[in-house]
Structure formats: C-alpha cells, structure tokens
Design a protein around this ligand. Sequence first.
Ligand code: OOG
Ligand code: MG
Length: 253
Amino acid sequence: MNLESLAQRVDEAAENAKPIKQLSHRNAFDLDQAYEIQRLAIQRRIDRGEQLIGLKMGFTSVAKMEQMGVHDMIWGRLTDSMLIENGGKAALSKYIHPRAEPEICFRISKDIDGEIDLKDLDEYVDGIASAVEIIDSRFENFKFSLEDVVADNCSSIGVVVGDWKTPSREISNLKMIQSFDAEIVAEGSTQAILGDPWKSLQAATRLAAKYNEPIKAGHIIMAGASTAAIFLKADSEVHVSVEKLGDVRFEVI
Ligand code: OOG
Ligand code: MG
C-alpha cells in the first residue's frame, strides 16, 4: 500500500471540497501508518507554501467521542490556511459538510521537544483564548474509523481564536456556549475536556514527542471540543462564549 497516494487522496478531497470513500474500506492500515498518511498530507500543504501553526487535540471529551463513535484521543496539525480571524468569514463553498465546535486554545511561548509534566506546563504558555473549530471530514457522511480520521488530519479545516488572555491554571470549570445567531446550539463546560484543558495540552506534548513533531514557540494548541459539533448554517453568525475567556465569532457566508 502506498501511503503517499492515500495522503494525496485526502489532501485533494480537502482542496476540492469533494467527499471520498473511507480509506479503510479498501486499505488496511494501522494507527502509526494513519499518522504517517497525515504527515504526508500536511507535507503537501507545506510544499504549496502553507506553514505549520500548531496542533489540535481531538476526542478529548465524551460528548465528541459519543457523537462520532471513536473512543481514542487523536491529534492533528494546523496550518496558516486554516486560520480565520476573529469576526471573519467562512465560505460554505470551500467545505464539504462543515460543523463548528467550541474549544479552548493555548499559545506556546517556548519550544517543546518532549513530554512536559502537567505541573510545569505554564512555563510554556503565554496565552489562553476561547476558540471555535470548524471540522469538515473528507469522508462521505462524516463517517470514519479511528485510522481514517487520523489520516484525514482529524477533520481539520478552520480555526477561529478569540483575544489572548493571561494564562490561569484555574480553567477546569468554565461555562462554554455556542450559538448560531442568537440561538444556543451547544452548551458545556471546560470540565468536559479531560476534566481540565491543561490535561489536553499535556497529552499534546506527549503525543507530539511520540510522533517526533516539535511544538514551537508561537504555535497554538487546540484542546478539543467540549460538546458535540453542529453543522454550519448558511448566512448565520457562529458565536462561542467561554466564561472568563470571552467571545469569539465568525460569519458563515
Ligand atoms: C474529528 C475531530 C475531533 C475534537 O475537538 O474533538 C475534534 C471529528 O469529529 O471529525 O476536533
Ligand atoms: Mg476540535
């Protein structure tokens, strides 16, 4: 099996916003090979001039695991083409079947090249913000196995980050609300993210070290959604509000 050709398939599906069949339907590959497909697919973006800006964690809450039927933590890579400015616009035409989910984002202040203890993590973080992630599985009907979703860079396509706040260790029970226009569509707490989003960052340092992906000063790390993700609606505003961390929003056009 040619991992590069599978990487090309997920990359082109994202580029063309055209869904494809799950890779695992016709190819048997294990989790390490799935991460290699992801790395190769992101390398194609980097070869086109995109830059790595950080990592994202996925399935760090029970709500997400239950919604998607995948019960293992996953991680993916973020590039600058995925960033949407706070208050900016997301065009539905660029996506297949996009969903939004409320998140917390960390900004890294010092290079990390190994697993960091939970108690030492604040030495490496200089900002925390509320965030929304747009996910858009390249697979038909948003259905995948653990290996499929990892190969597909964990459905990454868009990230919107709010204003950076001074890091606090006390973010383990903050209310999170996602609204479309004025209607609340998802509600949760940072508690849902492994009991404390700092634990998600800790897991990111462990997994990045395991897969030889250095985390650099200036990178951002998304901790994973606290609630199920909701399909975007044309001509609406998506708004996420996190207690103490403030608001973040974008317009769907
Ligand atoms: C995979 C991505 C999961 C999260 O925050 O849990 C994720 C998916 O749900 O398609 O980003
Ligand atoms: Mg997410």
